[in-house]
Design a protein. Structure first.
Length: 361
């Protein structure tokens, strides 16, 4: 089937894109504000059309370990949750990263800490890009700012995960998950055949077959010297990802004297702030990281040489701002502005905060 245009919530777009991408399985557990992902998959019943398995597990811990098992066979497996649910999955996510398995994770962030609120937040940045589970690992992190990107990043996330044998995560928030927009859904892609999986994933645990021995998938290594070699290999892979997969978007940055840095829903709001500032004669631009890891550090360092100041705008107490400061290396003033508890800032609030903290007006 060809492309199709629909009016969808961000969460719904994730589900439709997963089916059309040819995903083999989804294992999850309901939690607001991402429950529509599981609900939409159940309503679409892809097991009758594409053969995709959809299962509500008994818990978040069970779901991520089902992902571990499915991914270990070379299948295209995904899960989704929201903030505290992702916290419960972190042990399994670390295992998956340690076993070098590709999979797709979706986090539709809500306010915290604790149970917090079901309203939108971007406070899971540290948890996601710093490796929230134990050990030295990284997640390829995509931050959509539209419903269209929610759909597009399903395929991109899976492709990057398999390219680097590493988990990828779509990090959005309740605004992007719940808002509705027109979406162009991709054409249907057939699920991989057993022969294609065998060729694409020779490492997969698929039993002993003619022509090859049984594979063992594990993150356990009791020999410290061998474990160090594993970690050295991981770090080399992460460096390769940092060199090749940085993605970002610039908005009116060509002549910018000041810069806003924001991701996801915050970036959408910041676009209006930039327009308001330009109306007042302030040359303000916006840089939106699309990959939160790998982070666009080099491009920010370049802008630090030609701007007077930056404001990191986030729905949290200040998390991405640390990476902006590391990237700019003290060359330019970098401040943070955010709202907490599920309260979303307005373009005027951002502009006022920018004038006060960066321009010191």
């Amino acid at each position: 089937m060809s492309e199709e245009i629909k009016l969808l919530k961000g969460n719904e777009a994730i589900s439709h894109a997963a089916i059309r991408y040819g995903a083999d399985g989804y294992f999850g557990y309901p939690i607001t504000p991402q429950s529509e992902i599981l609900e939409t998959l159940m309503a679409e019943m892809p097991w009758e059309t594409t053969g995709m398995v959809v299962l509500q597990a008994e818990s978040e811990v069970a779901a991520i370990n089902m992902v571990y098992g499915g991914a270990g066979t070379g299948k295209r497996i995904m899960t989704s949750s929201s903030s505290p649910g992702i916290s419960l999955k972190l042990e399994g996510i670390s295992y998956i990263a340690g076993a070098e398995l590709p999979c797709l994770i979706v986090n539709i962030m809500r306010g915290g800490p604790g149970l917090g609120t079901i309203q939108p937040s971007q406070a899971d940045y540290f948890q996601t890009v710093k490796g929230g589970g134990h050990g030295d690992y990284r997640l390829i992190t995509l931050a959509p700012s539209s419903v269209q990107e929610m759909a597009d990043f399903v395929g991109l996330g899976f492709d990057l995960a398999f390219k680097y044998s590493n988990p990828a995560i779509i990090l959005a928030d309740g605004i992007i998950g719940q808002m509705m927009e027109k979406v162009i859904l991709p054409p249907y892609r057939p699920r991989k055949t057993e022969e294609e999986i065998e060729k694409e994933s020779p490492w997969a645990a698929r039993g002993k077959t003619k022509g090859r021995n049984r594979n063992v998938v594990t993150s356990l290594e009791l020999d410290p010297a061998a474990m160090e070699e594993n970690n050295i290999r991981f770090q080399a892979k992460y460096k390769l990802i940092e060199e090749n997969e940085v993605r970002y978007e610039e908005f009116l940055c060509e002549d910018a004297e000041y810069l806003l840095v924001a991701f996801g829903s915050s970036a959408r709001i910041c676009q209006k702030t930039v327009e308001l500032a330009r109306e007042e004669g302030i040359k303000l631009g916006l840089l939106r990281p699309i990959t939160l890891w790998p982070f666009p550090s080099k491009v920010l360092n370049t802008y630090a040489d030609k701007t007077k100041g930056m404001l990191s705008v986030e729905l949290n107490a200040g998390q991405m701002v640390e990476d902006v400061r590391l990237a700019t290396n003290g060359k330019v003033k970098v401040e943070h502005f955010g709202r907490l508890g599920g309260i979303v800032f307005t373009p005027d609030e951002i502009l006022a905060a920018f004038k006060q903290s960066v321009m010191n007006q």
